[in-house]
Design a protein around this ligand. Structure first.
Ligand code: NAP
Length: 315
Protein backbone atom coordinates (compact mmCIF):
# COMPACT_ATOMS: atom_id res chain seq x y z
CA UNK A 1 0.00 0.00 0.00
CA UNK A 2 1.21 3.51 -0.82
CA UNK A 3 2.26 5.68 2.10
CA UNK A 4 0.47 8.98 2.62
CA UNK A 5 2.26 12.31 2.22
CA UNK A 6 0.64 15.63 3.07
CA UNK A 7 1.73 18.13 0.38
CA UNK A 8 1.44 21.76 1.50
CA UNK A 9 2.31 23.08 -1.97
CA UNK A 10 2.66 21.45 -5.42
CA UNK A 11 5.83 20.40 -7.22
CA UNK A 12 6.14 21.00 -10.99
CA UNK A 13 3.77 18.79 -13.01
CA UNK A 14 6.29 16.09 -13.95
CA UNK A 15 7.68 15.74 -10.41
CA UNK A 16 4.15 15.82 -8.98
CA UNK A 17 3.26 12.89 -11.27
CA UNK A 18 6.35 10.98 -10.13
CA UNK A 19 5.53 11.69 -6.48
CA UNK A 20 1.97 10.46 -6.96
CA UNK A 21 3.19 7.23 -8.58
CA UNK A 22 5.02 6.37 -5.36
CA UNK A 23 2.81 7.93 -2.68
CA UNK A 24 -0.76 8.69 -1.81
CA UNK A 25 -0.54 12.51 -1.92
CA UNK A 26 -2.98 14.77 -0.09
CA UNK A 27 -3.03 18.07 -2.02
CA UNK A 28 -3.65 20.42 0.88
CA UNK A 29 -3.41 23.63 -1.16
CA UNK A 30 -6.42 22.54 -3.25
CA UNK A 31 -8.63 21.90 -0.25
CA UNK A 32 -11.32 24.33 0.89
CA UNK A 33 -11.12 22.77 4.36
CA UNK A 34 -7.45 21.98 5.05
CA UNK A 35 -8.08 21.34 8.76
CA UNK A 36 -10.59 18.58 7.91
CA UNK A 37 -8.10 16.93 5.53
CA UNK A 38 -5.51 16.85 8.32
CA UNK A 39 -8.02 15.59 10.90
CA UNK A 40 -9.50 12.91 8.61
CA UNK A 41 -6.08 11.52 7.63
CA UNK A 42 -4.13 12.28 10.81
CA UNK A 43 -3.10 8.66 11.49
CA UNK A 44 -2.23 7.85 7.85
CA UNK A 45 0.10 10.79 7.22
CA UNK A 46 3.73 9.70 7.57
CA UNK A 47 5.40 12.43 5.51
CA UNK A 48 5.01 16.16 4.82
CA UNK A 49 6.14 17.94 1.66
CA UNK A 50 6.70 21.53 2.80
CA UNK A 51 7.97 24.57 0.95
CA UNK A 52 10.08 27.57 1.91
CA UNK A 53 7.22 29.94 1.03
CA UNK A 54 4.31 27.97 2.42
CA UNK A 55 2.43 28.03 5.68
CA UNK A 56 5.28 26.32 7.54
CA UNK A 57 5.40 23.23 9.72
CA UNK A 58 4.53 24.16 13.29
CA UNK A 59 4.66 22.11 16.47
CA UNK A 60 0.84 22.16 16.38
CA UNK A 61 0.76 20.54 12.93
CA UNK A 62 3.28 17.88 14.02
CA UNK A 63 1.20 17.18 17.14
CA UNK A 64 -1.84 16.57 14.96
CA UNK A 65 0.03 13.83 13.06
CA UNK A 66 1.01 11.03 15.49
CA UNK A 67 2.70 8.87 12.85
CA UNK A 68 4.67 11.59 11.08
CA UNK A 69 8.22 10.40 10.28
CA UNK A 70 9.68 12.86 7.78
CA UNK A 71 9.35 16.49 6.65
CA UNK A 72 10.82 16.93 3.18
CA UNK A 73 11.36 20.63 2.54
CA UNK A 74 11.30 22.00 -1.03
CA UNK A 75 13.98 24.68 -0.54
CA UNK A 76 17.35 25.06 1.16
CA UNK A 77 16.16 27.43 3.93
CA UNK A 78 14.07 25.77 6.62
CA UNK A 79 13.26 28.65 8.95
CA UNK A 80 9.54 27.83 8.45
CA UNK A 81 9.92 24.46 10.24
CA UNK A 82 9.93 24.07 14.03
CA UNK A 83 13.12 21.99 14.19
CA UNK A 84 13.03 21.68 17.98
CA UNK A 85 9.56 20.12 17.84
CA UNK A 86 10.70 17.78 15.05
CA UNK A 87 13.75 16.71 17.03
CA UNK A 88 11.66 16.03 20.15
CA UNK A 89 9.60 13.56 18.11
CA UNK A 90 12.55 12.11 16.13
CA UNK A 91 10.97 13.36 12.91
CA UNK A 92 13.67 13.67 10.25
CA UNK A 93 13.86 16.82 8.13
CA UNK A 94 15.45 17.14 4.68
CA UNK A 95 15.99 20.14 2.39
CA UNK A 96 17.21 20.78 -1.17
CA UNK A 97 20.69 22.39 -0.99
CA UNK A 98 23.18 22.85 -3.85
CA UNK A 99 20.77 22.28 -6.77
CA UNK A 100 19.57 25.89 -6.40
CA UNK A 101 22.92 27.51 -5.64
CA UNK A 102 23.81 28.83 -9.12
CA UNK A 103 20.39 30.27 -9.94
CA UNK A 104 20.13 32.05 -6.59
CA UNK A 105 23.64 33.48 -6.94
CA UNK A 106 22.64 34.73 -10.41
CA UNK A 107 19.72 36.62 -8.84
CA UNK A 108 22.09 38.32 -6.37
CA UNK A 109 24.21 39.44 -9.30
CA UNK A 110 21.28 40.60 -11.39
CA UNK A 111 19.99 42.67 -8.47
CA UNK A 112 23.45 44.16 -7.94
CA UNK A 113 23.89 45.00 -11.63
CA UNK A 114 20.33 46.27 -11.95
CA UNK A 115 20.37 48.61 -9.00
CA UNK A 116 23.86 50.01 -9.60
CA UNK A 117 23.53 50.42 -13.38
CA UNK A 118 19.87 51.50 -13.10
CA UNK A 119 18.83 48.81 -15.59
CA UNK A 120 15.10 48.78 -14.82
CA UNK A 121 15.02 52.56 -15.06
CA UNK A 122 17.01 52.46 -18.33
CA UNK A 123 14.49 50.08 -19.87
CA UNK A 124 11.61 52.40 -18.86
CA UNK A 125 13.57 55.42 -20.10
CA UNK A 126 13.55 53.99 -23.63
CA UNK A 127 10.00 52.61 -23.51
CA UNK A 128 8.32 55.85 -22.40
CA UNK A 129 10.28 57.95 -24.91
CA UNK A 130 12.32 60.00 -22.43
CA UNK A 131 15.48 59.41 -24.48
CA UNK A 132 14.17 61.99 -27.00
CA UNK A 133 14.47 64.64 -24.29
CA UNK A 134 18.09 63.90 -23.42
CA UNK A 135 20.43 61.30 -21.92
CA UNK A 136 19.66 59.26 -18.85
CA UNK A 137 21.34 60.25 -15.54
CA UNK A 138 24.61 58.45 -14.84
CA UNK A 139 24.79 55.21 -12.87
CA UNK A 140 27.41 53.58 -10.58
CA UNK A 141 30.39 51.39 -11.64
CA UNK A 142 30.72 47.87 -10.30
CA UNK A 143 34.27 47.17 -11.43
CA UNK A 144 36.87 48.06 -8.80
CA UNK A 145 34.35 48.09 -5.94
CA UNK A 146 34.26 45.95 -2.79
CA UNK A 147 31.55 43.33 -2.35
CA UNK A 148 30.89 42.24 1.25
CA UNK A 149 29.05 38.93 1.54
CA UNK A 150 27.20 38.03 4.74
CA UNK A 151 27.21 34.20 4.91
CA UNK A 152 29.85 32.51 2.76
CA UNK A 153 27.94 29.22 2.42
CA UNK A 154 27.14 27.49 -0.88
CA UNK A 155 25.26 30.46 -2.33
CA UNK A 156 27.63 33.02 -0.79
CA UNK A 157 30.60 31.30 -2.46
CA UNK A 158 28.82 31.19 -5.82
CA UNK A 159 28.11 34.93 -5.45
CA UNK A 160 31.77 35.53 -4.58
CA UNK A 161 32.97 33.76 -7.76
CA UNK A 162 30.58 35.78 -9.90
CA UNK A 163 31.39 39.08 -8.18
CA UNK A 164 35.13 38.43 -8.63
CA UNK A 165 34.53 37.92 -12.36
CA UNK A 166 33.12 41.46 -12.42
CA UNK A 167 36.51 42.69 -11.20
CA UNK A 168 35.46 43.43 -7.63
CA UNK A 169 37.26 42.77 -4.36
CA UNK A 170 35.32 40.20 -2.31
CA UNK A 171 35.25 40.20 1.50
CA UNK A 172 32.93 38.27 3.81
CA UNK A 173 31.43 37.92 7.27
CA UNK A 174 30.00 34.82 8.93
CA UNK A 175 30.17 33.30 12.41
CA UNK A 176 33.15 31.16 11.45
CA UNK A 177 36.13 31.85 9.18
CA UNK A 178 36.02 29.75 6.02
CA UNK A 179 38.80 28.16 4.01
CA UNK A 180 38.56 30.85 1.32
CA UNK A 181 40.83 33.34 -0.42
CA UNK A 182 38.58 36.29 0.50
CA UNK A 183 39.26 38.54 3.50
CA UNK A 184 37.25 37.56 6.58
CA UNK A 185 35.60 40.10 8.88
CA UNK A 186 34.53 38.83 12.27
CA UNK A 187 32.79 42.15 12.84
CA UNK A 188 29.82 42.82 10.54
CA UNK A 189 29.84 46.58 11.07
CA UNK A 190 33.52 46.79 10.11
CA UNK A 191 32.77 44.86 6.95
CA UNK A 192 29.83 47.15 6.15
CA UNK A 193 32.18 50.15 6.39
CA UNK A 194 34.60 48.47 3.94
CA UNK A 195 31.92 47.30 1.47
CA UNK A 196 30.32 49.15 -1.45
CA UNK A 197 27.83 46.31 -1.96
CA UNK A 198 26.59 44.36 1.07
CA UNK A 199 25.09 41.07 -0.14
CA UNK A 200 23.08 38.95 2.29
CA UNK A 201 23.35 35.19 1.69
CA UNK A 202 23.12 33.80 5.22
CA UNK A 203 20.50 31.48 6.70
CA UNK A 204 17.25 32.94 8.06
CA UNK A 205 15.72 32.18 11.48
CA UNK A 206 16.09 33.58 14.98
CA UNK A 207 19.87 33.88 14.91
CA UNK A 208 20.01 36.23 11.95
CA UNK A 209 16.78 38.12 12.66
CA UNK A 210 17.35 41.87 12.11
CA UNK A 211 21.10 41.35 11.73
CA UNK A 212 20.93 44.29 9.33
CA UNK A 213 19.64 47.32 11.20
CA UNK A 214 20.11 51.07 10.89
CA UNK A 215 23.58 50.92 12.47
CA UNK A 216 24.84 48.50 9.81
CA UNK A 217 23.15 50.43 6.99
CA UNK A 218 24.68 53.64 8.28
CA UNK A 219 28.07 51.92 8.26
CA UNK A 220 27.48 50.84 4.64
CA UNK A 221 27.08 54.54 3.88
CA UNK A 222 25.57 56.88 1.33
CA UNK A 223 27.41 55.30 -1.60
CA UNK A 224 26.63 51.72 -0.54
CA UNK A 225 24.02 49.28 -1.84
CA UNK A 226 22.27 46.48 0.05
CA UNK A 227 21.37 43.27 -1.80
CA UNK A 228 19.23 40.64 -0.06
CA UNK A 229 18.61 37.16 -1.44
CA UNK A 230 18.70 35.49 2.02
CA UNK A 231 15.49 36.01 3.99
CA UNK A 232 13.41 39.13 4.67
CA UNK A 233 13.78 38.52 8.40
CA UNK A 234 17.53 39.24 8.21
CA UNK A 235 16.80 42.94 7.58
CA UNK A 236 14.92 45.24 9.92
CA UNK A 237 12.67 46.51 7.14
CA UNK A 238 11.62 49.72 8.92
CA UNK A 239 15.29 50.68 9.33
CA UNK A 240 15.92 49.92 5.65
CA UNK A 241 13.02 52.20 4.67
CA UNK A 242 14.48 55.01 6.77
CA UNK A 243 17.95 54.50 5.24
CA UNK A 244 16.52 54.51 1.71
CA UNK A 245 14.26 57.50 2.40
CA UNK A 246 17.11 59.53 3.94
CA UNK A 247 19.58 58.36 1.28
CA UNK A 248 21.81 57.04 4.08
CA UNK A 249 22.49 54.25 1.58
CA UNK A 250 22.49 54.57 -2.20
CA UNK A 251 19.99 51.84 -2.94
CA UNK A 252 18.85 48.25 -2.49
CA UNK A 253 18.16 45.18 -4.59
CA UNK A 254 15.73 42.87 -2.84
CA UNK A 255 14.39 39.39 -3.58
CA UNK A 256 13.01 38.69 -0.10
CA UNK A 257 10.86 40.67 2.34
CA UNK A 258 9.68 40.63 5.95
CA UNK A 259 6.04 39.78 5.11
CA UNK A 260 5.89 38.17 1.65
CA UNK A 261 4.13 38.80 -0.65
CA UNK A 262 3.50 42.17 0.98
CA UNK A 263 6.09 44.78 0.08
CA UNK A 264 5.85 48.16 1.85
CA UNK A 265 3.96 50.66 -0.33
CA UNK A 266 6.66 53.27 0.23
CA UNK A 267 9.35 50.89 -1.02
CA UNK A 268 7.42 50.16 -4.21
CA UNK A 269 7.43 53.89 -5.01
CA UNK A 270 11.17 54.35 -4.43
CA UNK A 271 13.39 54.73 -7.47
CA UNK A 272 16.57 53.63 -5.64
CA UNK A 273 15.38 50.04 -5.20
CA UNK A 274 15.05 47.07 -7.54
CA UNK A 275 12.53 44.46 -6.42
CA UNK A 276 12.00 40.82 -7.39
CA UNK A 277 9.38 38.43 -5.98
CA UNK A 278 11.51 35.76 -4.20
CA UNK A 279 12.73 34.16 -7.43
CA UNK A 280 16.18 32.90 -6.39
CA UNK A 281 15.47 29.29 -7.37
CA UNK A 282 12.60 30.06 -9.73
CA UNK A 283 13.74 28.47 -12.99
CA UNK A 284 12.18 25.42 -14.62
CA UNK A 285 15.47 23.53 -14.41
CA UNK A 286 16.15 24.20 -10.73
CA UNK A 287 12.58 23.76 -9.52
CA UNK A 288 12.56 20.38 -11.31
CA UNK A 289 15.81 19.31 -9.59
CA UNK A 290 14.47 20.48 -6.21
CA UNK A 291 11.30 18.43 -6.72
CA UNK A 292 13.28 15.32 -7.65
CA UNK A 293 15.44 15.73 -4.53
CA UNK A 294 12.31 15.93 -2.36
CA UNK A 295 11.06 12.68 -3.94
CA UNK A 296 14.46 11.00 -3.57
CA UNK A 297 14.61 11.91 0.13
CA UNK A 298 11.08 10.60 0.80
CA UNK A 299 11.81 7.40 -1.13
CA UNK A 300 15.15 6.83 0.60
CA UNK A 301 13.55 7.30 4.02
CA UNK A 302 10.75 4.78 3.45
CA UNK A 303 13.12 2.31 1.76
CA UNK A 304 15.34 2.42 4.85
CA UNK A 305 18.21 3.99 2.85
CA UNK A 306 20.40 6.93 3.97
CA UNK A 307 18.79 10.31 3.34
CA UNK A 308 20.38 12.32 0.53
CA UNK A 309 20.25 15.74 2.18
CA UNK A 310 19.22 15.57 5.83
CA UNK A 311 19.25 18.68 8.01
CA UNK A 312 21.65 18.25 10.90
CA UNK A 313 19.83 18.64 14.19
CA UNK A 314 21.49 20.36 17.15
CA UNK A 315 23.16 17.84 19.46
P1 NAP B 1 24.47 27.36 3.55
O1 NAP B 1 25.44 26.73 2.63
O2 NAP B 1 24.03 26.63 4.75
O3 NAP B 1 25.11 28.77 4.01
C1 NAP B 1 24.56 29.56 5.02
C2 NAP B 1 25.65 30.49 5.53
O4 NAP B 1 25.05 31.38 6.49
C3 NAP B 1 26.79 29.76 6.23
O5 NAP B 1 27.98 30.07 5.58
C4 NAP B 1 26.78 30.30 7.66
O6 NAP B 1 28.11 30.46 8.09
C5 NAP B 1 26.06 31.65 7.47
N1 NAP B 1 25.42 32.09 8.70
C6 NAP B 1 24.54 31.40 9.47
N2 NAP B 1 24.22 32.15 10.55
C7 NAP B 1 24.90 33.31 10.45
C8 NAP B 1 24.98 34.47 11.24
N3 NAP B 1 24.33 34.57 12.41
N4 NAP B 1 25.76 35.49 10.80
C9 NAP B 1 26.44 35.40 9.65
N5 NAP B 1 26.42 34.32 8.85
C10 NAP B 1 25.65 33.29 9.25
O7 NAP B 1 23.15 27.78 2.79
P2 NAP B 1 22.98 28.29 1.29
O8 NAP B 1 22.61 27.15 0.43
O9 NAP B 1 24.16 29.12 0.91
O10 NAP B 1 21.68 29.21 1.46
C11 NAP B 1 21.72 30.37 2.26
C12 NAP B 1 20.33 30.94 2.44
O11 NAP B 1 19.87 31.54 1.23
C13 NAP B 1 19.24 29.91 2.79
O12 NAP B 1 19.22 29.61 4.17
C14 NAP B 1 17.98 30.60 2.33
O13 NAP B 1 17.38 31.28 3.41
C15 NAP B 1 18.45 31.60 1.28
N6 NAP B 1 17.94 31.28 -0.08
C16 NAP B 1 17.16 32.18 -0.72
C17 NAP B 1 16.68 31.90 -1.98
C18 NAP B 1 15.84 32.89 -2.73
O14 NAP B 1 15.02 32.48 -3.54
N7 NAP B 1 16.03 34.18 -2.54
C19 NAP B 1 16.99 30.68 -2.59
C20 NAP B 1 17.78 29.77 -1.91
C21 NAP B 1 18.26 30.09 -0.64
P3 NAP B 1 28.50 30.30 9.64
O15 NAP B 1 27.81 29.05 10.13
O16 NAP B 1 29.98 30.24 9.69
O17 NAP B 1 27.98 31.53 10.30
Amino acid sequence: MKRTVLALQPLLTHEMDVLEQGFNVLRLWESQKPESVIRDHSHEIVGILSTYNGSGVSKRLMEALPNLEIIAQFGVGYDNIDLVAAQERDIVVTNTPDVLTDDTADVALFLMLNVARRAVEADMFVRVGRWHSGAMPLSTSISGKTVGIVGLGSIGQAIAQRAAAFNTKVIYHSRTKKDAVYTYYKDLKEMAVAADFLILACAGGDETKHLINYEILDALGAEGFLINIARGSVVKEDDLLIALRNKSIAGAGLDVYADEPNVPEEMIKMDNVVLSPHVGSATVETRSKMGQLVIDNLTAHFDGQPLLTPIKMAS
